[in-house]
Design a protein around this ligand. Structure first.
Ligand SMILES: NC(=O)c1ccc[n+]([C@@H]2O[C@H](COP(=O)([O-])OP(=O)(O)OC[C@H]3O[C@@H](n4cnc5c(N)ncnc54)[C@H](O)[C@@H]3O)[C@@H](O)[C@H]2O)c1
Ligand SMILES: O=C[C@H](O)CS(=O)(=O)O
Length: 481
């Protein structure tokens, strides 16, 4: 791999400050989704290695939590700075293992680093309370203390940002952490951990274990030492991990699947709506949890909007992420391409009309598609597509649009375009989602609370709320006479 600093490319786990192989020497191959070539291996670690990582995090906890918040903040700031210094190498690693265009990978590194900066600042504002006591002999106080040893299990689609969005608040609060990255994208996580070491974050504060996901997950959820699990991934796996965590009563944060509606009302600025949808639908080749999954267009503007949108989609450049002109990279694997193709075929079998794209290319590539005449009986209405397919649904009234948009068990992100102030408030309050973009197709930023409701999960990441999941609130009742 063409890196300026080749030492950032790690093929071992990081446990207690040591770079180690799996106990049995077994490894997993990591491939480049654009070419299928093997770019390296990582340890296929399991239960025993995870237990040692948890133990290392436990041993590192007392010193790290006792550090003044200002010192923890300074370490996070140094980590942030190093990520930006090595942004190009981190982006190249990400594009090689995940496939996204280099420009998007560079953007993700900046996005990831922003969480380290944000929580470096939040670390020094973990305030408690002094409560006026009804009894003059007593003094009532509230203090915030770190939860303790945490664990993070992260997905392949944002291999750096999802780690920073968890490790940032955890370390800021004084916690230590064991990270299991997605099996498809371990190198981004390992490089981030290397930079954390260079930032002076002590051994054992951050540990990264790659390999047998179910075994690693079980070791994490079974351990009473791990007091919090933060998971980002599919809803089925999130529910499994949540149930596994019940026996040890862990705090859990769940950032799960989505099924985002994107509503274009007749009074919308259609050009701006097209621009917003291009981002909301095709970012990361449609492989984001907040991607527009169902596009609802009001009857009177449907044809004009569809024509403008399809023209932009047909012009998208598909190719490997390392090429400068690539706008849409490969999907993560053949299974992902199969899923999109199945939804395309189902839509056309049920009366949908393919307006453009939908062609499978060699490898994991697929041309971005637009389906017209989509209906709620289609798979693409109920299932998260997680690929470059845009089904257009018609609607007549505002009430119908809201009913259709809310007709899902998911509740992560939703988007709508209008220039009517009353409609803005009515629709924003009626949509059953954790995040709503109004005349905006890309809502994520470290300053704002990211998360969903219903089957899209629990908790919020980023913002002033994001650190709450990593602290315990302790009440002190003090009799002073
Ligand atoms: N809400 C969000 O912020 C968010 C962000 C990114 C992805 N996602 C969701 O994630 C899904 C796609 O990502 P994915 O394919 O990596 O999801 P996934 O659930 O298959 O995997 C996510 C992580 O869980 C691990 N995992 C899988 N089975 C496990 C088990 N039995 N025990 C322990 N760990 C296990 C994987 O190795 C990976 O690290 C989509 O549904 C997407 O919507 C949500
Ligand atoms: O897919 C998951 C990410 O959280 C999407 S975003 O980059 O935060 O919008």
């Amino acid at each position: 791999m063409n890196l300026n600093d080749s030492s950032l490319f790690h093929s071992q786990c990081l446990i207690g400050g040591q770079w180690v192989d799996a106990d049995n020497g077994q490894t997993d191959n990591i491939d480049n989704p654009a070419t299928g070539e093997i770019i390296g291996t990582v340890p296929r670690a399991g239960t025993a290695e995870t237990a040692r990582a948890i133990s290392a995090a436990e041993q590192a906890l007392p010193e790290w939590r006792a550090r003044p918040a200002k010192e923890r903040a300074a370490a996070l700031r140094r980590w942030h700075d190093l990520m930006l210094t090595h942004q190009e190498d981190l982006a190249r690693l990400m594009t090689a293992e995940q496939g996204k265009p280099l420009a998007e990978a560079r953007g993700e590194i900046g996005f990831a680093a922003s969480f380290l900066e944000w929580f470096a600042e939040e670390a020094r504002r973990l305030y408690g309370d002094v409560i006026p006591s009804p009894n003059p002999a007593n003094r009532l106080l509230v203090i915030k203390q770190p939860v303790g040893v945490c664990a993070a299990i992260t997905p392949w689609n944002f291999p750096s940002a999802m780690i920073a969005r968890k490790a940032g608040p955890a370390l800021a609060a004084g916690c230590t952490i064991v990270i299991k990255p997605a099996q498809q994208t371990p190198y981004s996580a390992l490089a981030m951990a290397d930079l954390a070491e260079r930032a002076g974050i002590p051994a054992g504060v951050i540990n990264v274990v790659t390999g047998d996901a179910p075994a690693i997950g079980k070791a994490i959820t079974d351990s009473p030492v791990v007091r919090k699990l933060t998971f980002t991934g599919s809803t089925p796996v999130g529910k499994l991990l949540m149930s596994q965590s019940a026996q040890t009563m862990k705090k859990v944060s769940m950032e799960l699947g989505g099924n985002a509606p994107f509503i274009v009302f007749e009074d919308a600025d259609l050009d701006k709506a097209v621009e917003g949808l291009m981002v909301a639908k095709y970012r990361n080749a449609g492989q984001t949890c907040v991607c527009a999954n169902r596009i609802f267009v009001q009857d009177s503007v449907h044809d004009a909007f569809a024509e403008k949108f399809a023209a932009r989609v047909a012009a998208l450049k598909v190719g490997p992420g390392h090429k400068d002109d690539t706008q849409v990279g490969p999907l993560i694997d053949q299974r992902a391409v199969d899923k999109v193709e199945k939804q395309l075929q189902d839509a056309q079998a049920r009366g949908g009309r393919l307006v453009c794209g939908g062609e499978r290319l060699e490898g994991n590539f697929m041309t971005p598609s637009v389906i017209a005449r989509a209906t709620p009986d289609m798979l693409c209405f109920r299932e998260e597509t997680f690929g470059p397919m845009a089904p257009l649904f018609r609607f007549s009234t505002e009430e119908e649009a809201i009913r259709l948009a809310n007709d899902t068990e998911f509740g992560l992100a939703a988007y709508f375009y209008t220039r009517d102030l009353g409609r803005t408030w009515r629709v924003s309050e009626a949509l059953e989602y954790g995040m709503v973009g109004i005349n905006n197709g890309h809502v994520s930023t470290c300053e704002a609370p990211f998360g969903g409701i219903k089957d899209s999960g629990l908790g919020r990441e980023g913002s002033k709320y994001g650190i709450d999941d990593y602290v315990e609130t302790k009440y002190l009742c003090m009799t002073v006479d």
